[in-house]
Design a binder for this molecule. Structure first.
Ligand SMILES: [Zn+2]
Length: 296
């Protein structure tokens, strides 16, 4: 037991050391550190699954490996012209050694580098709109443990500008009778027959309209109960399910919002305090006052 724990700690520190010893860069040359056009972030809700990378809107820009490595796999329409492109479209996966991989999806064209080493100044292809993609963009992911852990690129890659704190909108309680949406900063009244799931609407805007940076830590607290914390740093495959801190997708998201679990409100006045933190450390806190008539 002890040796397993030690091994586990060693594995974590080895991964951390690798990320420090290998200098990762972003896959495109444009405007860093602003990184304009980051439309989707890591670990956000995609309806029924976690988004496993970041999306950068782009068309026809060269895409480079984020670190030295070799091509692990590449597939382009030229390889199989009679078969429609699958979800990733034209894509390339690069092996950086020690179990670290990076992936580049929806490329317009891939450069024919099937074998051999690639460097950050190599070109893997250009951005496009192939496969399951609405609007030209690069879907980029970073994995370790040979693809079994997907890590948040914003944690490992060079830091990008993030001036906007997260925006915490409303809280929604979902009962069999329907949804009750509670705005922040006002006192709401609800009648509840049992604890029902509660969802928070939160976003972290990027520098331009329709862009995102993403929440990296979410904390919430009901009355005097211990604060609950969730981090969005990595997702890990367990069996055939992707999990975040041991939780499946539906324990983390619902209705496209952040799932806070079934909160056990007391009869009378309740306070829910939510704090959201982004990668740059910008943070927001909102308090919801809820008058609950407990029917149980
Ligand atoms: Zn994507």
């Amino acid at each position: 037991m002890k040796s397993r724990l030690l091994f586990f700690l060693f594995a974590i520190s080895a991964a951390g050391a690798f990320a420090q010893e290998v200098k990762f860069s972003w896959p495109m040359e444009r405007g860093f550190p602003e990184l304009r056009g980051l439309t989707s972030t890591f670990g956000e809700s995609r309806g029924d699954h976690f988004h496993n990378g970041v999306d950068i809107s782009s068309l026809g820009e060269p895409v480079h490996p984020v670190a030295p490595g070799k091509i692990l796999f590449a597939r382009g329409i030229e390889d199989d012209p009679f078969s429609p492109l699958i979800g990733p479209g034209n894509f390339v996966i690069v092996d950086h050694g020690k179990g670290w991989w990076s992936g580049y999806y929806h490329l317009g064209k891939i450069t024919k580098t099937r074998k051999g080493a690639v460097e950050p100044n190599s070109t893997l292809g250009v951005t496009g709109n192939t496969g399951h993609s609405v609007g030209a963009h690069l879907h980029f992911f970073l994995a370790r443990d040979y693809g079994r852990t997907l890590v948040n690129p914003l944690v490992v890659l060079p830091g990008i500008v993030d001036k906007n704190p997260p925006q915490i909108g409303s809280l929604t309680i979902v009962t069999p009778q329907g949804k009750t949406t509670l705005p922040a900063g006002s006192v709401s009244r609800v009648r509840l027959s049992q604890p029902f799931p509660v969802y928070a609407q939160i976003q972290d805007p990027g520098l331009e309209k329709n862009t995102n940076r993403g929440i990296y830590e979410l904390r919430w607290k009901l009355n005097d109960a211990p604060e609950q914390i969730r981090n969005f740093q990595k997702i890990v495959v367990v069996g055939d399910e992707w999990t975040l801190e041991g939780k499946g997708f539906e324990d983390v998201f619902g209705m496209g919002q952040y799932h806070l679990g079934a909160l056990s409100f007391q009869n009378g006045r309740n306070t829910v305090r939510i704090t959201a933190v982004d990668q740059a450390g910008n943070q927001s806190t909102e308090t919801f006052e809820i008058d609950v008539q407990r029917m149980y």
